[in-house]
Design a binder for this molecule. Sequence first.
Ligand SMILES: Nc1nc2c(ncn2[C@@H]2O[C@H](COP(=O)(O)OP(=O)(O)OP(=O)(O)O)[C@@H](O)[C@H]2O)c(=O)[nH]1
Ligand SMILES: [Mg+2]
Length: 384
Amino acid sequence: MLIEVCVHIQSFAIRRPATNLDPPFHVGCQNPVMNVAPRANATLVMLARNSDVSGAVHSVKSVQTQFNDHFRYPWVFLNDEKWSAEFMEKVGKAAGEGVNVKFEKIPRAMWGYPEWIDQDKARRKMEEMERRGIMYAGQESYHHMCRFQSGFFYDHPALESYKWYWRVEPDISFTCAITYDPFIEMEKHGKKYGYTIALWERGTTVASLFRKLSDYKARVHIPSTSLWTAMIDPSYLPWPFRRFLSLLRNRDAYGDIWNMCHFWSNFEIADMDFFRSPAYRSLFRYLDEDGGFYYERWGDAPVHSLAAALLLRPEELHHFSDFGYIHANLQYCTHAPTDEARRRGELVPMLEGRGEELGCRCTCDLGIKIVEPVCLNRIKQTVG
Ligand SMILES: Nc1nc2c(ncn2[C@@H]2O[C@H](COP(=O)(O)OP(=O)(O)OP(=O)(O)O)[C@@H](O)[C@H]2O)c(=O)[nH]1
Ligand SMILES: [Mg+2]
C-alpha cells in the first residue's frame, strides 16, 4: 500500500522543462516606449454598473497613465442596464482625447436565467449559500455576471470584431509603467491567456466544479497537461480507499483534490478565439447545463483557469510578472520583501535572468497584502 501511495504521488510530480518557456516579454523600461508597431486587433473591456463610476474612473486613469496614453487602444464598457449620462461623461473624460470609447448594453439573452434553470431552486440555494456566509452568493445579479463573464462576453456584438481583450475592473491599479504592447507580444509568442495573480479559490463557492470538469475531461478524452496536474493535490490514501474521498467537494472521481489554485480573472489579457473555440464552447455548454452558476456560485475565474489548464498547453499561458497590480485588498508586486527588509518595512526588486529588474518604474504599496506566490510557483513549474 505504501508503495502504491508513493507511486501515486510521484505521478503528480511536475517535470520542469529544461528552459524557461515563459520568460517576461521585456525587462525594465523600454525607452522609447515600444509603440511604433501596428496595433493588434485588441480592446480594453470593462464590465461595470452605473454605481461603479468612481472605481471605473480610477481604473481607466491608471490604465491610461501606465499604458494606454502611449498606445490608444479602444475601450468597451459593458452593462446589463442602460448607461447613465454621468458614467459616460466621467469615464469618457478619464479615457481622454483620441481614445475610442464605447458604452454598450448586454443583450438579455446573455444575462439572466437560461430556461433549464429551476429558478425556485436557484433562489433557495442562493439563500442557503448566503446563510453559510459565501460571499455574494445571495445576489442573483452576481450569478448572472459570473455566467456572462464565463461564457458570453466574447460573443457580445461590441467585441465580436476583436481578437484580443484586456479585462479591467473598477477600482484596480497598475503599479508599473507598461512600455511595450502586451497584445503584440502575446501574439508574437503564441500566447492565449495572460494573468498576473494566481491564488486559492474558496472551496465552498465551487464545490462540484472541479469534479464536473474532471468527469468531462475523462468523457471527451482530454489528456492531462502538466498545468492540469499542477492544479491537483494527490490523495495520500491508498487505492481503493481514496475513491471514497471522491464524495467530498472539489475532488475528482479518483479522490484527488483540486488545490484551488486559479488565475484572478479581474485582470486578464487573452485571445478571445480561445473562448470562441469549439472546445471551450462545448465545455462551457456542459457547465451551463449543469446549473452550477446558480445552484452553486461558480465564478468566471475558476472556470477560465480550469478551462485553460484543460485545453491549453502550459507555454500558451503568460504570467505578466512585470505588471504590478492591485485589486481590492490584494496585490502582485514586482518587489518582494526579504526577511531583513520585511522587518524594516522595505522591499527589494525581483530580478530576472541576467540580474535585470522586472517591470518599469514600479511602486509597491506596503499597506496592501502581497499575494504569497505559493500557487503561482506551482503553476510556474510547468514552464521552467
Ligand atoms: N453591469 C453589471 N456589472 C456587474 C454586476 N455585478 C458585478 N459587476 C461587475 O463585474 C465585475 C466583478 O464584480 P465584483 O463585484 O468586483 O466582484 P468580484 O471581483 O468577484 O469581487 P471583489 O473581490 O469584491 O471585487 C466588476 O467589474 C463589476 O463592476 C451587475 O449586476 N451588473
Ligand atoms: Mg472585483
